[in-house]
Design a protein around this ligand. Structure first.
Ligand SMILES: Cc1cc2nc3c(=O)[nH]c(=O)nc-3n(C[C@H](O)[C@H](O)[C@H](O)COP(=O)(O)OP(=O)(O)OC[C@H]3O[C@@H](n4cnc5c(N)ncnc54)[C@H](O)[C@@H]3O)c2cc1C
Ligand SMILES: NC(=O)C1=CN([C@@H]2O[C@H](COP(=O)(O)OP(=O)(O)OC[C@H]3O[C@@H](n4cnc5c(N)ncnc54)[C@H](OP(=O)(O)O)[C@@H]3O)[C@@H](O)[C@H]2O)C=CC1
Ligand SMILES: O=C(O)C(=O)Cc1c[nH]c2ccccc12
Length: 385
């Protein structure tokens, strides 16, 4: 058993940022990570052509801005190099191959008991901590919906988190289910590599360019959301025109209001829309049934596919291992409280990066959590012993 002050679960941007902020204040902490590297989402579960959608000033972690030479919208590899450099600069040394399998609050000891499985030796290690930070990410578990007949599908089935590039799909008939940012970018990639690509769209969503989002984020400092949204919508209509003919409908609320209300990020177009407009990527409605290679859609169309890519999102699943998750998270893995202190739970439990605000949210949460822990320690120095 090892006694520590702060235990952080997850070594993605959230866990690293929180640890770095604590290190700058000389507050002892450990980071437990199930994989053999940090930022595993970015290193292992992201496709090759991925570039960040937010401009670089919104994608840095606390205390380390991106270099002046870094492009405004950096590639995945540039971001990964930044993350590795960040961990080194702030002396964050995660304990890798530690999958947290269980944790509960010991009311007598007033401490968190954390069990981590060493995935190399198979041993269970026990950690005891005053503060516990959940940094396991909004994308911890790939989600594939239940679809009638899916088990009978004869072709390949992959989730977006396993998709690397369209290289292996040239000439194949591929259906992408889901039209969030992953689905849109993957369908563009597939089409570029010569796959006959279809995308399934079932709900309204906003389409913007990354420059529009950049403008919107700047304007939000000065103008109310509805005004910013109207400016962006005007821009979007000029750039994309009406997309309803192609089965793409906008929600009634504007893009930022819609994101705040539903958590759904606007699609930031990287070329899929042009291909949809040109008919190079076909839009299809919901699936009714799958039978072997045949997929039947709600509009009566039946088509043969060689592969299906499920870009149907992720679930945050801290409840799998954290017994008292309801101190800070709801059943969907989202913070129970409203901002500004939605990162803080009961009895020294915190969550970072789970508010649907991407990397800017990660930085804000990590900074606030470290400051909160510092304040608590200042008021009760016995915690340090
Ligand atoms: C394809 C893709 C592209 C994205 N692009 C952007 C972007 O451009 N801009 C933006 O702002 N956001 C983007 N996001 C959102 C992105 O998830 C976050 O910005 C960022 O990665 C969140 O960091 P995190 O540390 O909270 O979560 P993650 O990066 O998911 O890290 C969580 C870590 O916790 C570990 N973990 C999970 N469970 C356990 C456990 N039980 N025990 C131990 N370790 C565990 C995981 O292995 C992982 O390493 C993107 C997401 C995806 C899927
Ligand atoms: N370059 C970048 O910066 C990128 C950023 N990201 C970010 O990563 C996060 C995850 O994105 P993503 O992987 O796209 O996941 P999302 O959760 O954003 O999108 C999931 C998509 O799948 C659809 N879907 C879910 N279930 C079904 C179903 N049963 N039938 C049909 N469609 C279904 C959803 O539709 P519905 O709305 O109807 O539920 C939605 O279109 C987001 O925050 C995103 O912005 C992702 C890729 C690139
Ligand atoms: O990529 C994502 O999913 C994000 O959440 C990043 C993000 C944070 N705030 C935004 C506002 C509009 C579009 C994307 C984002």
């Amino acid at each position: 058993m090892e006694g520590i002050l702060v235990a952080i679960v997850g070594a993605g941007p959230s866990g690293l940022a929180t640890s770095a902020c604590l290190n700058t204040m000389s507050i002892p902490n450990i980071v437990l990570e199930q994989e053999d590297c940090c930022a595993s989402l970015w290193k292992k579960r992201a496709y090759d052509r991925l570039k960040l959608h937010l401009a670089k000033q919104y994608c840095s972690l606390p205390h380390l801005p991106h270099r002046p030479s870094t492009p405004k919208f950096m590639s995945k590899d540039t971001f990964v190099a930044y993350i590795d450099d960040y961990a080194e600069k702030f002396n964050v040394k995660p304990r890798y191959n530690r999958m947290v399998v269980s944790s509960y609050y010991d009311k007598t000891e007033k401490k968190w008991r954390i069990e981590a499985k060493n995935t190399v030796t198979g041993e269970i290690e026990l950690y005891v901590a005053k503060f516990l930070v959940v940094a396991t990410g909004e994308n911890s578990k790939p989600f594939i919906p239940e679809i009638r007949g899916l088990e009978s599908f004869k072709g390949d089935i992959v989730h977006a988190s396993e998709y690397k590039s369209g290289l292996v799909y040239g000439g194949k008939r591929v259906l992408v289910v889901g039209c969030g940012n992953s689905g849109m970018e993957i369908s563009r990639d597939l089409s570029d590599f010569g796959a006959q690509t279809s995308i399934l769209i079932r709900s309204p969503f906003h389409v913007l360019t990354r420059e529009m989002v950049f403008l919107g984020m700047k304007l939000l400092n000065y103008l109310p959301v509805n005004v910013v949204d109207n400016i962006l919508l005007l821009n979007a209509k000029l750039v994309f025109g009406s997309l309803t003919k192609r089965g793409i409908h906008r929600p009634a609320q504007g893009p930022f209001a819609f994101k705040a209300a539903t958590g759904k990020t606007p699609v930031i177009d990287r070329g899929a829309i042009e291909k949809i407009q040109a008919g190079e990527i076909e839009v299809l409605p919901e699936i009714v049934n799958i039978n072997g290679s045949y997929v039947e859609f709600k509009n009566g169309v039946v088509k043969i596919f060689d592969a299906i890519v499920f870009a149907t999102g992720y679930r945050s699943v801290a409840y799998n291992w954290l017994k008292e998750y309801y101190y800070v998270l709801n059943d969907n893995g989202k913070p129970i409280k409203k901002p500004p202190k939605n990162w803080k739970g009961e009895n020294g439990l915190y969550c970072v990066g789970l508010t649907g605000m991407g990397l800017p949210g990660v930085s804000a949460d990590a900074t606030a959590i470290a400051a909160d822990i510092k304040q608590i320690i200042k008021a009760d120095k016995s915690l340090l012993h």
